[in-house]
Design a protein around this ligand. Structure first.
Ligand code: DAH
Length: 361
């Protein structure tokens, strides 16, 4: 009578008894012929995979009579160990071979010259900020980093520009809500530093940075740069302002540069002046840059208005001060001979490359 149980028993017994040496031989042959780790893994599946030769034999042990289970179990384990040990040896060898091969392929000639590393250069705007900061730091000024998001209070009211004041018209900016806005002038830093300086000690600071206005034409951008300066101390006079501006103009635009004051109006200074510099192109003789006048308008300045000092917590009977503010874009254009303000913002690599002067960075 056909009994599947006996057949499988026979198969197990026969396979193990008769082929135990054969299996070992096969394992050896298979492993010795393996060319790479991919095939090696396939050999592992062949013997130890779900349907592998050794796995199947192990599963079949259950069906042997109890007294034989142990003997065959030990034998199978020996085969399994033999496989795993041999497998490990081959795996290590192949791994080493593969690494060596890769190293050979990837080897580089370290004597070849390297490719040039392309680096950028400072934007003319950053250059001018660095130069002005260096100059004023050398005169003992603090360099302040103001906030670009300001309040109406600090950008206008504390600078003697109450709501409804006509001076606001020229400084329409971007409003976030009724109170918060993008600063239209770095002058806002004046109000902050006076308030923050709790001991009311003298102040000497400049604040370079970006400002914003609702402007849109060929010569005005919605964003541009300014630098503000503020000095507050006892006995500060217009002469101090003039001396400071003379140094500023000469260091920045050339030793022969002259300056002149013209009366002007700013709500936060009294008296206020417009400051011109002698044309650095024609030396004052008159050319198209200075529109034949010999002078170029450079900045606004004046003595700090007593109201502004008071709102900043400084007694105007004891303290006086001067302030000035100027556009950085115009300065950069003058200094680096840039004919159009838009060149500063279009990031044309041909223009920026001309400032690639590593030696003086
Ligand atoms: N904040 C002024 C502007 O944006 C420039 C200015 C003028 C600043 C006179 C000053 C100053 O500090 O005293 O037009």
């Amino acid at each position: 009578m056909f009994r599947p149980f006996e057949v499988s028993l026979f198969y197990i017994k026969g396979e193990i008894k008769m082929n135990i040496e054969k299996i070992k031989e096969n394992i050896e042959r298979d492993l010795n012929n393996v060319p790479n780790t991919d095939i090696l893994n396939q050999v592992k599946v062949k013997y130890l995979g779900k349907n592998g030769i050794i796995t199947n034999l192990q599963v079949g042990i259950k069906e042997l009579p109890n007294e034989e289970k142990k003997e065959y179990g030990i034998k199978l384990n020996t085969i399994k160990k033999f496989f795993n040990d041999s497998f490990e040896i081959v795996r290590t060898r192949l791994h080493e071979e593969e690494i060596n091969q890769k190293l050979k392929e990837d080897s580089i000639d370290i004597t070849l010259p390297s490719e040039a590393i392309i680096t950028g250069s400072l934007h003319p705007f950053s250059r001018i900020v660095a130069e002005i900061s260096d100059l004023f730091a050398s005169m003992g000024y603090d360099i302040i980093d103001g906030d670009e998001i300001e309040t109406d209070e600090y950008c206008f009211r504390r600078l003697n520009i109450p709501s409804g004041h006509p001076a606001r018209d020229a400084q329409d900016t971007f409003y976030i809500d009724e109170e918060f806005l993008l600063r239209s002038q770095t002058s806002a830093s004046q109000a902050h530093i006076m308030e923050d300086n709790k001991d009311k000690t003298p102040i000497r600071m400049i604040c370079p940075g970006k400002v914003y206005r609702r402007d849109e034409d060929a010569t005005h951008s919605h964003q541009f740069g300014q630098v503000e300066a503020l000095v507050v101390d006892r006995n500060i006079s217009l002469a101090d302002l003039k001396g400071t501006l003379e140094i500023f103009a000469q260091k920045l635009l050339g030793d022969n540069t002259k300056i002149r004051f013209r009366p002007s109006y700013f709500p936060f200074t009294e008296p206020s002046v417009e400051v011109d510099v002698s044309c650095f192109k024609c030396g004052g003789k008159g050319c198209h840059l200075c529109k034949k006048t010999g002078w170029i308008e450079l900045l606004g300045a004046g003595m700090v208005h007593p109201n502004v000092l008071k709102m900043g917590g400084y007694d105007p009977d004891i303290y006086t001060g001067f302030a000035f503010g100027t556009g950085l874009d115009r300065l950069a254009m003058f200094k680096y001979n840039i004919p159009d303000i838009r060149y500063l913002y279009t990031n044309d690599i041909r223009m920026l490359k001309q400032f690639d002067r590593k030696d003086d960075e």
